[in-house]
Design a protein around this ligand. Sequence first.
Ligand code: SAH
Length: 524
Amino acid sequence: MRLTSRDGARDPPSANKAMATKTKTGKVFLVGAGPGDLGLVTLRAKECIEQADVIVYDHLASPEILGWARDDAEMIHAGKRAGEHSLSQQEINALLVEKAREGKQIVRLKGGDPFVFGRGAEEAKAAVDAGIEFEIVPGITSAIAGPAYAGIPVTHRAENSHVTFFTGHEDPAKTESAIDYAALAKLGGTQVMLMGVERLEPITKEMLKQGVREDLPVALVRWATTGRQETLTGTLRDIAGRAVDRGFEAPAVAVFGKVVALRESLNWYEKRPLSGKRIVVTRSRKQASALSGKLRALGAHVFELPTIRIEPPTDLREFAELVQDAHTYDWIVFTSANGVEAFFEIFFKLYDDAREIGGPRIAAIGPATAQRVKDFHLHVDLQPDEFIAEAVVREFQKQGGVENLRVLLVRAEKARDVLPKQLSALGAIVDEAFAYRTAPETRDITGARRHLLEERADLITFTSSSTVENFLALGLPWPKGMQVASIGPITSKTARDHGLKIDIEARSHDIDGLVQAIRDFFER
Ligand code: SAH
């Protein structure tokens, strides 16, 4: 993935650019990114992001979305961020048109829904005026999702029959304010305000002045649908003061109306086991999603901070030759899901018939590795209960040993060499196939490192020794009070050797075991 700063270098002019403009027509997709929760992004939005040549995005509640982009997609940050000035609306419009004229597919990603207080209309108009094709991908707006995740239905048969969205962007004291507070007061129903939490005081004052009852329930939901969601409730009379006391800042939606009281019984999101817990996931981006997803489902706010990246092995040719000869072995031993994937990627490039794998038996260390083998419709003959190399050796002994048997060990470069040594010691003829290597992840596409420094974290998870080593190699200051969870004794030992204290160690050395241990720890 290429990162281009707003005012940074643009694409080098391509030789056949003129031709490209003639033959390829660009298109602008105005895409709603939803309110924050990754699960609240539409399928169409994900599809567009995966295919885009260029992504122009604002500050997003869930930067992980950008991880779906193609590796070579151009990423342009257009929104406000501390210390940076943002692109003006005119500059954004011009950028979309310029990129589309280069024949590119541009995704303009916007929080919530692009047409709800999102200035999407202006960008669509710019495309129309330039004769450029466009598509709107609606998103789930924070105006609906925010209240829902706070346990507030915006309508209820017994309470109201209409909902109003309005912006608190303007100062109601200004004579030119476009919002008619007198009409709003008369209208009643549920009223949802986007933007303007910092102007709550003049806004609520104006509502009271227009005759709205002072005990009207009000809720403020900030960072709605993310792991940082917080809700503050009160009445029209006291909510502004309470927000100041609590330092309740944007982004927040405000809900005014009787439906707010239903939260008492319907609050659900903030009651999950890991609600409010901020957890760092250090696996490679491709592998992170299983762990992150499970933690998020329990309510955690997850920072994906990949420290390693899976790369092809240094000697791909040698690996391919071993894969080609796989059928000549008695055993194939896989030590990781990555190894399984790398193996079969090459295998099916070499052969178009699964039977070419022949008769070797298959061993897999760990349930994720075994699952990956089963995904290819192959039986796993040996899967040790304990997911560490020493246990595999024990299992082989139990199965009658490996003396004089040919074993192909599919593994990462620079992995621990306990397994090949011990198998050789038992008389096996071991060939090691280096399927991939892990490289330090040096990019910070989603800004997770910056987030970690700006905000705190409660817990960091390590799922292998290399995640420990690579995280520490980043040299980031350790956030105060951040505790450590490890997937098993080997990872824990590496962490301790580096001076870390282990607070949580999974009893079952896999992702589910780690998630369970984290849950038990916080529930205690
Ligand atoms: N198009 C967006 C709104 C953009 S205006 C949408 O449909 O949601 C920006 C305002 O949206 C913020 O000031 C805040 O009021 C609201 N907002 C966006 N995301 C939010 C979130 N996750 N939690 C609370 N408010 C949010």
